[in-house]
Write a protein that binds this ligand. Structure first.
Ligand code: ADP
Length: 190
């Protein structure tokens, strides 16, 4: 199996690149942000819990997102592999993911970490807020909180995967195609 963690701060381009990579490698895309927004749109009790947290730009609880990923893994028994996008975001999530995959006799192949400067992230997120209407992309102080959460709780996961010799850092500025090509080169050399 090919199991990739596509990593980086909010606005780094994880969703865009995931969409290109799932087609090329025939993988299942698991974006916890997309799954949570689906729960909100469907008006489930989980969605109701997550909505206010996401609107503030805080992280949803580990318990909720780990449960979501666990059931998605169970629901895709024949997948050739997965792209994890926006997950894991904390050490507890990364440890839980390793355990879940081990239970299925597989493991993370690599973490691909996209590097983008804060000023560029803010510019991209505000532009996305205008197009998509995502509430958490419209307000600069919410965006700043999300980048802060990333720096405090999520960025340390680079060390977690580096310790497993699985970290590759990729420059996340340039054209979409150019960045995709760099990711493909890393994946094809795994
Ligand atoms: P972005 O990466 O652009 O911030 P996402 O769609 O990945 O956007 O996430 C949007 C929001 O969903 C996050 O700010 C957070 O509130 C919540 N969320 C998504 N994934 C997780 C996760 N793995 N753990 C905790 N919260 C999450």
């Amino acid at each position: 199996m090919l199991n990739l963690v596509l990593f980086g701060p909010p606005g780094a381009g994880k969703g865009t690149q995931s969409n290109l990579l799932i087609d090329k490698y025939n993988l299942v895309h698991l974006s916890t942000g997309d799954i949570l927004r689906g729960e909100i749109a469907a008006g489930t009790s989980l969605g109701l819990k997550a909505k206010l947290i996401m609107e503030r730009g805080d992280l949803v609880s580990d318990e909720i997102v780990i449960g979501m990923i666990s059931s998605k893994l169970d629901n895709n028994p024949n997948a050739k592999g997965f792209i994890f996008d926006g997950f894991p975001r904390t050490t507890a999530q990364a440890e839980a993911l390793d355990a879940l995959l081990e239970g299925k006799e597989t493991y993370i192949s690599a973490m691909l970490s996209l590097k983008v400067e804060d000023a560029e992230l803010i510019k991209r997120l505000l532009a996305r807020g205008q197009d998509s209407g995502r509430a958490d992309d419209k307000n600069e102080s919410i965006i700043a909180n999300r980048i802060n959460e990333y720096n405090n709780k999520t960025a340390p996961l680079k060390d977690f995967y580096a310790a497993q010799k699985k970290l590759s850092e990729i420059e996340g500025t340039g054209t979409v195609e150019n960045i995709a090509q760099k990711l493909i080169t890393v994946i094809d050399n795994l």
